[in-house]
Ligand binder design. Structure first.
Ligand code: CMC
Length: 436
């Protein structure tokens, strides 16, 4: 970390001595005030629920400029990565910091392909679930269960273990997501086919059956690959911070990633793509585009509890760059499948248009986020709504593991342990039950 020329001075109105705090500069983005010694110097904590002004770590992986609507993985703009690179190259970039050349990519793809199968025992875990279990419930269980199978890669303090568990997780997530799907529809699991691309293999495991050939559609394959690239990392969001906090105790990588999967499930985070599609379907049932005005009134009414899902973001106060790319992909996929007149896509466009012009959204800087169009793409591909967040988890796994490994390799890393402002009862005596 680079020390800035200036420092911050904290003064108190009650005459307590002021405190100088160091300021650090990143390569880009806001400076940070180092408050690590604040408690020792003043006996006070800082208070920042929701981390609105707190950098929880230093990181060199992903940078977001929320005002500009800019997203960089290791310095590369997401638009360039989504256009010029595939998901395997993106994984290499996030994990190792550089885009691979042809030889490095071939070697990386081979390594990942070698680990796509899961232990046969895993299918018995699935049998313990109800057929109608939510795929994220299944994924939380299955990813955590990986630590019961791969004992040779569970020591988070061993760089080789971290490396091999990263490859295993990236390789096995598509297999697990597809198994969760096949279980829910009662079809046989399909083994991975390693000659296919990462996205093509996922499509094969999802939609092939043992009784018919399945040919991967290159337009759909490319669209899915783009979904993976766009979701691969997003700096210190809730699930990534969960993975870091969980991993900071020294737990094994599979357990830490399972914690990330659980966090991602929530509708304010990864569950938003599912919630967004459900919202569009509900409006469609109510009468479609003619009901958009009525729906928007509900969204703007604070007492209704209705939100425009797929809109708004903690960091982006401009158009989410991923949403633009996703809208492009959405058009391509719908055209390829002859669904140009898809009513949900038209509805989404109508909602977006109204929201971008409405004072409520404009004044709050609420723009479409990645989830606004990703659900429509996934639905067109044939992925059931309940599986959307599991597909997000599949793609985000590389980001989680890259962030986890970065943290463990950081000499300044400590177990995460936030403090609190206590507002409960002060010390009091327990009365015998007859006197309470
Ligand atoms: N619809 C209606 N109003 C909204 C929305 C929305 N989608 N999002 C924010 N607002 C309002 C909010 O009520 C608040 O209004 P006011 O200032 O009058 O109280 C204002 O905008 C600021 O919102 P906030 O809740 O303080 O913002 P936040 O940073 O805490 O929340 C968010 C961010 C993503 C949780 C929120 O925008 C939201 O719930 N969006 C819908 C869910 C969604 O699409 N999530 C996906 C996020 S992107 C994928 C990912 O990273 O997982």
């Amino acid at each position: 970390m680079k020390l800035a020329d200036n420092k911050a001075t904290l003064s108190f109105s009650n005459g307590s001595p002021s405190v100088d705090l160091p300021v650090y500069q990143g390569s880009v983005g806001p400076d940070v005030i180092d408050i690590r010694k604040l408690y020792a110097q003043t006996g006070m904590f800082t208070y920042d629920p929701g981390f609105l002004s707190t950098a929880s770590c230093q990181s060199a992986i992903t940078y977001i400029d929320g005002d500009k609507g800019e997203l960089l993985y290791r310095g590369y703009p997401i638009e360039q990565l989504a256009t010029n690179c595939d998901f395997m190259e993106t994984c290499h970039l996030l994990l190792y910091g550089n885009l691979p050349d042809v030889a490095a990519k071939t070697a990386f793809v081979k390594r990942v392909s070698n680990h796509t199968m899961v232990n046969e025992q895993m299918q018995f875990f699935l049998r313990g679930f109800r057929r109608d279990a939510h795929p994220m419930a299944i994924m939380t269980g299955l990813v955590g269960a990986l630590s019961a199978f791969y004992h040779d890669s569970t020591d988070i303090n061993n760089p080789e273990h971290r490396e091999i568990s990263a490859i295993r997780l990236i390789a096995k997530m598509p297999t697990l997501v597809a198994m969760a799907y096949k279980y829910s529809v009662g079809q046989p699991y399909m083994y991975p086919k390693n000659e296919l691309s990462y996205a093509g293999n996922f499509l094969h495991m999802m939609f092939a059956t043992p009784c018919a050939d399945y040919v991967v559609n290159p337009v759909i394959e490319r669209a899915l690959d783009r979904i993976f690239v766009l979701h691969a990392d997003h700096e210190q969001n809730a699930s990534t911070s969960t993975v870091r906090l969980c991993g900071s105790s020294g737990t094994n990588p599979f357990a830490a990633i399972a914690a990330g999967v659980a966090c991602l499930w929530g509708p304010a985070h990864g569950g938003a793509n599912e919630a967004c599609l459900n919202m569009l379907e509900d409006i469609q049932k109510m009468g479609g585009i003619s009901k958009v005005g009525h729906f928007m009134e509900q969204v703007k009414d604070k007492n209704s509890g209705v939100k425009l899902m797929g809109f708004g973001h903690r960091v982006y106060k401009n158009y989410d760059p991923r949403a633009k790319l996703m809208q492009e992909t959405c058009k391509e996929v719908l055209a390829e499948l002859g669904l140009e007149n898809d009513p949900l896509f038209k509805l989404a466009m109508a909602l977006e248009k109204i929201a971008l012009e409405d004072e409520y959204f404009v004044s709050r800087k609420l723009y479409p986020n990645v989830d606004f169009y990703s659900g429509i793409v996934q639905r067109a591909i044939g992925i059931p709504v309940g599986l959307f967040t599991a597909v997000f988890a599949l793609a985000r796994t590389v980001g989680w593991i890259a962030q986890l490994n970065e943290m463990i390799g950081d000499p300044e890393y400590k177990i995460g342990r936030p403090r609190q402002l206590f507002t409960g009862s002060v010390s009091r005596d327990v009365l015998p039950i007859s006197k309470r």
